[in-house]
Design a protein around this ligand. Structure first.
Ligand SMILES: [Zn+2]
Length: 264
């Protein structure tokens, strides 16, 4: 469900914080609960891994931003005020129209900032590279130039927010599978045609994922559904492309998956 249209332009009428989860707020809790009410959400956008709620006073002016990096277990819920509050609730904003916007976190890893200047108050904000989903518009030449500024292993490179903003563990596995590149290859070892394969894989994997998620009426965000993915979380299963067994490195919680049969 798209949250933006349900909160944009609306007034926040109340804010509460779950005392058991208050430590996730990078801001004094009392102020958070006092300062959000009577503000209007002017827009909801994404920057890299952050969801950015722009707000201003109800009568206009004094902009401030609620910036949330949900990490692995953070989710947003928008429901009628009478819906039961899950134990994973971190905070709830009551929004005009008898709705509640809730931020839930089942891993307590999310980062929540309430700031008057993102670039000063959100760590590593200014270092974020272009959005990963802008790679198509960037074009191959610009992408290549950008790519060649980094020397990391490909898996680390894709997760490096300074290279491109927004890609995490799961999508880096999927992108490398699509591009047929092994995750521990160094960027410096890529041939020009492999750079191009990476360039093509990024937008393809991201747009396919959005389609798969939107097309699934039963998609449950809280279950972190990865069933549409090819290799991520599929360690030990059969590669859909070549039939080889999918490899896994790292922990079950944060695995690195790839296929030795068809990734080079
Ligand atoms: Zn394979």
């Amino acid at each position: 469900m798209r949250i933006g249209p349900r909160v944009e332009g609306r007034l926040i009428t109340a804010a509460t914080v779950n005392p058991k989860k208050a430590h996730l707020l990078r801001y004094p809790v009392d102020n958070f609960a006092l300062e959000l009410p009577a503000r209007r959400v002017t827009s909801l956008t994404r920057r890299g891994k952050h969801m950015v709620f722009a707000t201003e006073l109800g009568g206009g002016g004094q902009p401030r931003w609620l910036v949330i990096n949900p990490m692995l277990g953070g989710r947003f819920q928008i429901v009628g005020g009478d819906a039961p509050v899950p134990a994973t609730e971190v905070f709830t904003l009551r929004v005009e129209g008898k709705q509640e916007l809730r931020y839930l976190d089942f891993r307590d890893m999310g980062r929540i900032y309430w700031v008057s200047e993102c670039s000063r108050d959100v760590p590593a904000w200014d270092g974020q590279g272009p959005e990963a989903d802008s790679v198509g518009q960037m074009g191959l030449d610009v992408f290549r130039k950008r790519l060649r500024r980094f020397r990391d292993e490909l898996k680390d490179l894709l997760r490096n927010q300074e290279f491109l903003a927004g890609i995490g563990n799961a999508y880096s596995d999927e992108i490398l599978f699509e591009a047929r590149l092994l995750p521990l290859r160094r960027r410096t070892s890529l041939k020009p045609e492999e750079e191009e394969a990476l360039f093509r894989a990024i937008p393809l994997v991201l747009s396919r994922a959005v389609e798969a998620i939107l097309a699934n009426p039963n998609y449950d965000e809280s279950k972190q559904d990865r069933t549409f993915m090819s290799v991520h979380m599929k360690g030990g299963k059969t590669c859909p492309r070549c039939g080889h067994r999918i490899s896994q490195l790292g922990s079950n919680r944060e695995p690195l998956n790839f296929c030795r049969g068809c990734q080079l």
